[in-house]
Design a protein around this ligand. Structure first.
Ligand code: ATP
Length: 347
């Protein structure tokens, strides 16, 4: 079983606590995505799994074997970096062969592996080119090939698509997902991009300020976040938030009133933009003036100015005109509640 187990792993750089004690299990064949804002500790976490950064405390197991103090090259992990890290003086073929030099393979076996990987990534025609003669997407494909060729137990990806333009990023994301489905190799993928995180992984690890906040399947974390941070971080347009107060079991935020899940105290009401519907309906009712309408083809994003602040909704209907007064509603079971500790309250 080449899964990964992390036990009480911690990292300090002097006074900086980059990772607080953390526990995590990644099953064999799973693609696990670490997501969080810049500086939350995700790269440090990944580099500790790779052996490029020493743990301050805790243990790392790969394939049930403790690797916490093992040299990187003995861990049987391969990492793909954001900046590709290709050797500029070597051809694509040379770059793909390079990691095989430390393995005792004969020339024939090496050539076979390079051919296989080049075929898998459809870069056979590029084998004689140097990295400077490749596009960004082709370079990243070679970098992935270089990780594949060693046949590691675990793949580690450190924001591999950040240097690519939006269209290419989308294409490479699909390719990485398809490659994963084909090879089913345990993988950890670091990104600060919530869209990438939502669509790529089997398991999502949401991090903030050196801590793991939540772990789960992406859709589950999206629909059922346990923290306000996760609710805000996942989803575009972002979730609508109305901070207010419960009094005698009634939530109030400006003119908005509805039944609260607690008797009294500060509360935040949150609704996803797609859970709001234009018009009147049974549930929470809001009014606002259409400020901005963004047509995306299949759907539109509508930004409303309300007495409570800006509200965004996603609609497939033909939306109104800018400046028009609109009613919107949400079913009560779509409301998410958070307390002043930013923790979810289940109503
Ligand atoms: P980004 O998305 O910007 O790469 P990240 O979530 O990957 O961010 P890390 O690079 O893991 O975050 O950094 C976590 C924290 O540790 C940050 O506060 C960072 O400044 C600090 N840090 C990282 N490396 C070092 C180092 N070598 N020495 C001191 N502090 C460091």
């Amino acid at each position: 079983m080449s899964g990964i187990r992390i036990a009480n792993l911690e990292k300090r750089f002097g006074q900086v606590q980059a990772l607080y004690p953390s526990n995590l299990e990644i099953a064999e064949g799973e693609l696990c995505v670490f997501v969080g804002p810049s500086g939350c500790g995700k790269t440090t976490f990944l580099r500790m799994i790779a052996g490029l950064e020493e743990a301050t405390e805790g243990e790392i197991f790969i394939d049930n074997q403790e690797v916490t103090w093992m040299e990187p090259k003995k861990r049987q992990v391969a990492m793909v970096f954001q900046n590709y890290a290709l050797y500029p003086h070597l051809t694509v073929q040379g770059n793909l062969e390079y990691p095989l030099n430390i393995l005792r393979l004969n020339k024939e076996a090496k050539a076979r592996r390079v051919r296989q990987v080049a075929g898998l990534l459809e870069i056979e025609k590029l084998l004689q080119r140097k990295p400077a003669q490749l596009s960004g997407g082709q370079r990243q494909r070679v970098a992935i090939g270089r990780a594949l060729v060693r046949e590691p137990k675990v793949f580690l990806f450190d924001e591999p698509l950040s240097n690519l333009d939006a269209r290419l990023r989308e294409q490479m994301r699909l390719e990485i997902r398809q490659l994963h489905l084909r090879l089913k190799r345990t993988s950890v993928y670091v990104t600060h991009d919530q869209h990438e995180a939502m669509t790529l992984g089997d398991k999502l690890v949401v991090m903030n300020q050196g801590r793991i906040l939540e772990i789960g399947p992406p859709l589950e974390l999206y629909r059922n976040p346990q923290t306000l941070f996760t609710a805000k971080f996942l989803g575009h347009p972002p979730i609508n938030l109305f901070p207010g107060e419960a009094r005698e079991g009634v939530f109030q935020a400006g003119p908005l009133q509805c039944q609260a899940p607690i008797h009294s105290g500060p509360l935040t009401l949150a609704i996803r933009p797609e859970d709001l519907t234009l018009g009147q309906g049974p549930g929470l009712q809001l009014q606002g003036r259409a400020q901005l309408i963004e047509h995306l083809g299949r759907e539109a994003y509508v930004t409303l100015a309300t007495d409570l602040g800006t509200l965004r909704l996603v609609t497939a209907e033909e939306p109104a005109q800018v400046g028009e007064n609109l009613s919107v509603w949400a079913a009560e079971n779509k409301i998410l509640w958070f307390n002043d500790q930013e923790q979810r309250i289940i109503s």
